[in-house]
Design a protein around this ligand. Structure first.
Ligand code: FAD
Length: 561
């Protein structure tokens, strides 16, 4: 008898046919101490920004003024998530997400400065550092006197991080490192860099080890930095290591644990990215509404035209979904629960919704959207990279299904070994689909939305199980099918997160009414998209598209003369 899986993550459970209401409810909120601190930090930041931050000048000069960095340091922002014992503010990831959203709303380049420092640069030290390493580095990092960076990507390997070529070999009691990194955010100003390298001498399945490096180490050099499309206030820099001698005490975690460190850091980094996208989207919506009301065409303000209204409404819908997805995932992380798939979904959805929002803002602004000195084209440029870094959205779609579907896939593999197992599966399937009833989410006048979600959740489970059984191991090669499942999971999780959010507003009639108004079109849109993907799993012309791509590869471009 194979026990039916009861996965710990919301999306893993959805794939397995269960709605983990215990993980979805209540909707996460900050405790009063953290909420008060966040409010005061955001107010101080906004006041400072109104005096000192000019995003256009930062973009043009490709530099963040020292006065801005200094002011951020004085507010304690560089130590936001560093424990108080090391001089930080000791706030959690939920508080960090709210602050990063507010900062991005004003200036995305400042988000990258802070995010590369806190969210990825020193996160490994917080998670895996020894007490001695923390005591050595964190106090200066907390004050902003020292800045951190995270260095994984290399010219030959980005997504395929296990194939990086930088190599560290044992040298006496320490290590000797050779290699290089590219596009390291904060790389030019960092005093402590979390660097990943191959360590072939270490007997471990994990080919990498993480090290804490300082630019003062002999053989370490920085630059040049890349010419970037956006986020120009922050440099993406080359780092080179030429026989860099690393003391043994600068290994982060254990030797042969580096890939694990990187994955853990990036999982958490994606929560910050999703929150930052919400900040940009809120800014876009405000600009869109202001402009639509001001601009006259054909005798009316363009706000009166339905095609403009649809763009504005879609922005509001996408903000609600992005914010809810990100906050539910962040709530899981804060409680120490499994959040890796939810964070990946939040990052993918948020970065694509932000791109669409920024693009529609440019469209609404007409010619002004494309030229300076208006802010629109810069917002679009700043937004683009979020679909690329901290896991490209293609890789993350594969990850969502591979990790999210793992408990179900394992179970199916085990039961398929015997006819008795298959019978068990058929019976358990009936009972587990029944679990998607969403009793509590159906209360508070949300029963229709709860019903749509329950149907969607059940359908996700059935479609995934059928696809896994039909395709077996070949599924990994059918990436478009995998992406369909990932998109279906995104819609199911999006509905769940929005329902959780709506339920949290039950005591506030005005907010609940507004949130329902925004949520209803989302459910219609998500359901239609979900159904289209579900049908695509069975009926598609994927092989025809592969043939077209082969033709283009063969002819090295457009196949017809
Ligand atoms: C502005 C900026 C800042 C950055 N900051 C940092 C930083 O601070 N630290 C750091 O370490 N890195 C940083 N990066 C690097 C970034 O994380 C990588 O660019 C990203 O991970 C993608 O790697 P790549 O560029 O090598 O693309 P590749 O991995 O070469 O991917 C190219 C394309 O192929 C696709 N692809 C790859 N493998 C597969 C597959 N198996 N199936 C289907 N499609 C696939 C990808 O989705 C992508 O579309 C930064 C990059 C930029 C642009």
């Amino acid at each position: 008898m194979c026990p039916y899986p009861r996965p710990d993550g919301i999306v893993k459970a959805l794939f397995a046919g269960q709605v983990r209401e215990d993980l979805l409810l209540p909707y996460p909120t900050l405790d009063p101490r953290q909420a008060a601190k966040v409010d005061s930090l955001v107010a101080s930041f906004n006041e400072m920004a109104s005096r000192l931050v000019d995003p256009r000048a930062i973009d043009r000069t490709e530099a963040i003024p020292d006065a801005v960095r200094q002011a951020m340091a004085e507010m304690g922002l560089f130590g936001l998530t560093i424990p108080e014992q090391y001089g930080g503010l000791g706030l959690g990831i939920g508080a960090y997400a709210r602050v990063i959203e507010a900062i991005t709303h004003v200036c995305p380049a400042l988000m990258l400065l802070l995010g590369a420092h806190l969210s990825i640069g020193l996160k490994g030290l917080l998670l895996y550092g020894s007490d001695e390493q923390k005591a050595r580095y964190l106090p200066r990092l907390a004050t902003g006197e020292a800045i951190a960076a995270f260095a994984l990507t290399e010219p030959q390997a980005g997504s395929d991080a296990q194939s990086i070529q930088s190599v560290a070999v044992r040298d006496g009691t320490g290590w000797r490192l050779n290699g290089s990194k590219i596009w390291i955010s904060n790389g030019d100003i960092a005093s402590m860099v979390t660097v990943f390298a191959r360590t072939p001498e270490v007997d471990s399945k994990d080919p990498l080890t993480a090290f804490l490096l300082e630019p003062s180490f002999a053989g370490y050099s920085v630059g040049p930095h890349a010419q970037k499309m956006g986020l120009r206030g922050n440099n993406a820099t080359v780092l080179r290591f030429n026989d860099v001698r690393i003391p043994a005490e600068n290994v982060l975690g254990e030797p042969g644990q580096g890939f694990r460190v990187a994955v853990h850091v990036l999982n958490s980094g994606r929560l910050g990215l999703a929150a930052s996208c919400t900040g940009t989207m809120k800014h876009c919506l405000e600009l869109a509404v202001k402009w639509a009301k001001e601009r006259k065409a054909f005798g009316s303000s363009i706000a009166e035209y339905e095609l403009m209204q649809r763009k504005v409404a879609q922005m509001a819908v996408d903000i609600l979904v992005t914010e809810s997805m990100a906050q539910v995932a962040t709530g899981l992380a804060e409680k120490g629960l499994d959040y890796e798939v939810e964070a990946a979904i939040a990052k993918v959805y948020a970065s694509e919704a932000m791109w669409k929002t920024a693009d529609e803002l440019v469209q609404m602004a007409g010619g002004r959207g494309y030229v300076g000195p208006f802010p629109y084209e810069r917002i679009l440029r700043d937004a683009r990279v979020e679909r690329i870094f901290e896991g490209t959205n293609e890789i993350l779609r594969l990850f969502i299904v591979e990790q999210g579907g793992k408990p179900l896939a394992r179970y199916l593999r085990d039961v398929s070994k015997t006819p008795q197992g298959m019978l068990e599966w058929s019976l358990s399937r009936l009972s587990h689909l029944g679990a998607a009833s969403l009793v509590s989410l159906g209360q508070s006048g949300l029963s229709e939305l709860g019903r749509v979600f329950a149907e969607t959740a059940g359908s996700l489970h059935r479609a995934t199980a059928d696809t896994l059984r039909r395709e077996g191991k070949k599924l990994a090669q059918r990436q478009v099918q995998v992406a369909r499942l990932a998109d279906m999971a995104m819609d199911a999780y999006g509905m769940a997160a929005v329902l959780s959010r709506l339920q949290s507003l039950a005591g506030n009639a005005a907010s609940l009414e507004a949130a329902k108004l925004i949520a209803e079109p989302y459910f219609g849109q998500a359901k239609a998209r979900f159904e289209s993907n579900r049908r695509g799993l069975r009926h598609n012309d994927d092989p025809a598209w592969v043939k077209v791509s082969r033709l283009a590869y063969e002819r090295e471009g457009y196949p017809l003369t």
